[in-house]
Ligand binder design. Sequence first.
Ligand SMILES: CC(C)(COP(=O)(O)OP(=O)(O)OC[C@H]1O[C@@H](n2cnc3c(N)ncnc32)[C@H](O)[C@@H]1OP(=O)(O)O)[C@@H](O)C(=O)NCCC(=O)NCCS
Length: 160
Amino acid sequence: MIVRKAEEADAQGIFDVETESFSVPWSLQAITRELANPNLTMYYVLADEDGTIAGYAGLWRVLDEGQITNIALKQQYRRQGYGELLLRVLMEAAWEDGCSDIFLEVRVSNIGALHLYRKLGYQVLSVRKNYYSEPEEDAYVMDCKKENYQWITNSYKKDE
Ligand SMILES: CC(C)(COP(=O)(O)OP(=O)(O)OC[C@H]1O[C@@H](n2cnc3c(N)ncnc32)[C@H](O)[C@@H]1OP(=O)(O)O)[C@@H](O)C(=O)NCCC(=O)NCCS
């Protein structure tokens, strides 16, 4: 498995991940538009050996802020650390590119995603009532400031 920058040719593979992951998926057209706009967006994909897109993550850049648009993996690739890897690659690329704060929304019942976000340093800022549909649900608005990001520390330095 590798994580690499998304290319326009990945739109169909990303769309397949979307339809498997969300009740209201982004359209192929919307994904294509996102990928065609690398000045404002950053997208990474997780791809397996034969090139199948197993997952993706992306954000919008607005000055020194990032807004995560989505992160998702196909079912069979979940719970193996790949979501964390993808999110770390995306966030570290955003820090490198000058972001200092990254925002996202998440369903309040999405225990897995919430665990991942908290692990990497996100905190809840507010609740958006009925933000989601199918089913209707509130969203947590979360952010992670660069200084709160939980870098992976070097395990060889455990004794220091
Ligand atoms: C959310 C998602 C991207 C997480 O990716 P993943 O590869 O399954 O997560 P990882 O294996 O990297 O796990 C990262 C951490 O979250 C925890 N976690 C992941 N899924 C979990 C779940 N369903 N329940 C509890 N904890 C979970 C893991 O245990 C791990 O924490 P740990 O290291 O403390 O044990 C993935 O589940 C997914 O695609 N979900 C559907 C789409 C979605 O909801 N996206 C988020 C939209 S806001």
